[in-house]
Unconditional design. Sequence first.
Length: 132
Amino acid sequence: MAERQQVSSGSPFEASIGFSRAVRVGNRVLVSGTAPIWPDGSCPDDAEAQAARCFEIILAALAEAGASAKDVVRTRMFLTDPSDGDAVGRAHGQVFADIRPAATMVAVAALLDPRWKVEIEAEAVIDRWPGR
């Protein structure tokens, strides 16, 4: 059975819902849907700033699991307003322009918190466990 590593970001939803920010099994890292929340609970209004914050959280989770942006093979971006697509796409491009993972951007009716304009998931594949 593959080794399993769970990564927590400290989100209050992790315990109440029962999920991890990211899970690494073998060489695969899956990052949960990530919302644009700052540690104090605030959330920027701008969709591009929200996406950038999501990517900050995602990159931190990947790093804790031994991965980086260059290991990302798929992203999924959920938007509450399709007109924010260009702004979220710019934030995605800031992180992944040279990596170019498979990416999906879809419009949804709502997200868990009405302040959120975007929620983002990521998947990465890495070569080996650190130290091996």
